[in-house]
Design a protein around this ligand. Structure first.
Ligand code: HXC
Length: 512
């Protein structure tokens, strides 16, 4: 065949990848096509597609694989904001985006390339799961993907974007990712679909109520970010990458900053003097960190805690904070999971962590005990104690009991612990403490109410006061709240070159 004819064949084969009928089928569902999604996500003309002509070798059950070149997935590499990424995008218009052997191999190739070249891996999922007609070969396709993902975990950021169904096996690729993005009304992620559920349990449920974006953002905690449209979702993927290094050997990208010396007088207004009064910790964060840099992770899940990226003096940081507006900022099973996972992510990718603490402690109650607050709460302890990135804690008001240990104890491994003069640090709140240690005196007193008040005041001013903690060397500084931004930045800057070596071992055994 002449070169001219060969080039003609190449052009024909390439244009056959974009079958107008299949494109129309996808549009009918109100969704972008697999290639459109990549085009929106990546820098213009940066995408290089790999294995576009790969094809499944399974033609049983009436399947004609010639009709589906590329095997229901587009994969390759390109750039986002001029930084390399590897990407795959499943094509639901071809056999429901189902995953067979070759489809799996293309994804495995992309993940391997991302790991070996140290760049983020982004998967766009729109799939009916394991391709039924390919049987064990499709199951093994998933097995290979999962193994590659685990190998890449902690080396490169792995992001899953759900833009359609993510059914069955398709859900565990997101499940193994660092971040899951979903779109309201378009994304549905579940292990067994409504039909199977109905046949097994008799329960009727819609796809959205089973595994829609809101369900995973609010209830299951599987989704980290949700959006209203596909375009908005793809934009927020770019945004999160802006806080992350390309891999675990790099530092996160820093931006220019307009300075950190400014006072923050509004902090005194935001945080009420009355210790029982809640406030919006997000307002505090916005006041302290660089303008418009607050980017929250899992915003709808466990709202009693906040996990977020932000910048301080241009440096990327991870913030873990108590949200006093919700359940008084207590730590429960869900917030423990949320914070622990975020801390491990930050540690993996060299992102310093700043804690903002105002919490009465772990949430008491039978419900929490029976849900395993010991097991879940231990995750926070483990994650922080293990993390070797700079760790700075600021105690605004309450830091009681286990929550003090988890979030602010230098003995647990915090590098710098500072407090506002309003801080209270103790085994428990003064009211509960007085009832326990002065119960005899209160029982025998002629005026137990007055005595209780006196003892609460005494305890608050002596044992709970930050001055006591400072005297014992447990606090590095007590600061004027207005100077929070500048002090935190100076501490952060001083810690940026922190290095800590670890004893060799296979791996620890974090409570899961
Ligand atoms: C083969 C599949 C498929 C699959 C969909 N298709 N899923 N083909 N294997 N897993 C095909 C359909 O037959 C159809 O082919 C086309 O894709 C589009 O599917 P529709 O059903 O017409 O689309 P829609 O109505 O939008 O419904 C989408 C869907 C539904 C909800 C995802 O297709 C569905 O329920 N599929 C099965 C989902 C599932 O149970 N997957 C789990 C597999 S087991 P035609 O020829 O008509 O266009 C698994 C292993 C678990 O993944 C491992 C756990 C770790």
């Amino acid at each position: 065949m002449s070169l001219e004819k060969q080039i003609k064949k190449l052009n024909e084969e390439t244009s056959a990848l974009n079958n107008p009928e299949l494109i129309a089928k996808q549009r009918q569902k109100g969704k972008l096509t697999a290639r459109e999604r990549i085009d929106i996500l990546l820098d213009k003309d940066s995408f290089v597609e790999l294995n576009p002509f790969a094809q499944s070798r399974f033609n049983d059950f009436g399947m004609d694989q010639k009709k589906f070149p590329g095997d229901a997935v587009v994969s390759g590499f390109g750039k986002i904001n001029n930084r390399q990424v590897c990407v795959y995008s499943q094509d639901f218009s071809k056999i429901g985006g189902s995953l067979g052997e070759m489809h799996g191999q293309k994804i495995i190739n992309a993940i391997k390339m991302a790991r070996q070249t140290g760049c983020p891996m982004i998967g766009i999922i729109d799939s009916g799961g394991a391709r039924i007609q390919e049987g064990i070969a499709s199951l093994d396709g998933y097995a290979g993907i999962f193994r590659e993902m685990v190998k890449a975990s902690g080396i490169i950021p792995q992001i899953s974007i759900i833009l359609g169904p993510s059914a069955g096996g398709a859900s565990y690729a997101p499940g193994l990712s660092d971040f899951i993005f979903m779109v309201e009304g378009i994304s549905q992620m579940y292990i067994t679909g409504p039909e199977v559920i109905k046949s097994v349990t008799g329960e009727s449920i819609s796809f959205n109520d089973l595994g829609g974006a809101s369900v995973h953002a609010l209830k299951s905690g599987c989704a980290h970010f949700i959006s209203q449209t596909e375009n908005e979702c793809l934009e927020s993927v770019k945004k999160v990458l802006d806080y992350l290094p390309q891999n675990n050997l790099e530092n996160p990208p820093a931006k220019n900053s307009s300075g950190t010396d400014n006072l923050c007088p509004r902090l005194l207004e935001i945080v009420p003097q009355e210790e029982g009064k809640g406030y919006d910790m997000k307002e505090v964060i916005k006041e302290i960190f660089d303008p418009d840099s607050f980017f929250e992770v899992q915003a709808g899940f466990a709202p009693n805690s906040i996990a977020a990226f932000a910048r301080l003096g241009g440096q990327t940081v991870g913030i873990a904070a108590n949200q006093t507006k919700s359940m008084a900022g207590t730590l429960d099973v869900n917030s423990s999971d949320k914070i622990a996972r975020f801390v491990r992510l930050c540690d993996t990718f060299n992102i310093p962590i700043i804690n903002l603490i105002d919490t009465p402690g772990y949430l008491p109650g039978t419900d929490q005990e029976h849900k395993g607050i010991i097991r879940h709460g231990a995750k926070i302890l483990y994650a922080y104690a293990e993390a070797s990135v700079p760790k700075i804690s600021l105690i605004l008001r309450k830091a009681f009991g286990g929550a003090y240990i988890a979030l602010a104890s230098k003995e647990l491994g915090y590098d710098k612990v500072i407090a506002w003069p309003s801080a209270q640090i103790g085994v428990m709140g003064p009211k509960q403490a007085v009832k326990i240690i002065f119960h005899r005196e209160l029982e025998n007193s002629k005026d137990p109410i007055e005595l209780e008040k006196e003892k609460i005041l005494e305890l608050s001013e002596t044992f709970l006061s930050p001055w006591q903690a400072a005297k014992l060397g447990k606090l590095d500084l007590i600061i004027n709240p207005q100077e929070t931004r500048s002090v935190l930045f100076k501490l952060l800057e001083s810690m940026l070159n922190k290095r800590e070596s670890k004893a060799p071992r296979k791996h620890g055994n974090i409570p899961l």
